[in-house]
Design a binder for this molecule. Structure first.
Ligand code: DQA
Length: 152
């Protein structure tokens, strides 16, 4: 098993409402359930995980800035800020670990304003459309990327 790496699971605005929020798009899992499932998987893959949700853009920027010094991986569902936030993009550009953008819904099958991501160009990859499973796939991807880096 690889040495313990630190993973930040970061969720943006309105994701605290999961479970009751538009279940046709976001499913029935609450944020606590998502965080529990991610914690179980991440721990089994050798990560130490921290979970944080904020409705405030500046708090998300600060969380990313703090993670630069402390974390190896950021799994990030920026919610609606995905489509608008140059500040989050700039913060993520400073993070030299692995960053993965996540969406529960398939944003490309929805309104056109959701087709544009400000942050996609500065992350390693994007997982969208698999409900709560998107987060778990992103954690698996991050683990695989870290293992590749260790080998090379
Ligand atoms: C979302 C998609 C965004 O367009 C939306 O604003 C969200 C959730 C998703 O997980 O599918 O808040 O990021």
């Amino acid at each position: 098993m690889m040495s313990e790496k630190r993973l930040l699971l970061l969720n943006g605005p309105n994701l605290n409402m999961l479970g009751t929020r538009e279940p046709e798009h976001y499913g029935s899992h609450t944020l606590a359930m998502v965080e529990d499932d991610c914690t179980a998987l991440a721990t089994s893959l050798g990560f130490r995980i921290d979970c944080l949700q904020s409705n405030h853009e500046g708090e998300l920027v600060t969380a990313i800035q703090n993670a630069i010094k402390t974390h190896d991986v950021i799994i990030f569902n920026a919610g609606a800020y995905t489509h608008t936030s140059i500040a989050l993009r700039d913060a993520l550009s400073l993070f030299d670990g692995i960053a993965i953008e996540v969406h529960l819904s398939n944003v490309y099958a929805r309104e056109s304003f959701r087709h544009k991501s400000m942050i996609a160009p500065v992350v390693n990859g994007v997982v969208a459309g698999f409900g709560a499973q998107s987060y778990l796939s992103a954690i698996h991807a991050a683990s695989g990327l870290l293992q590749q880096q260790t080998k090379s």
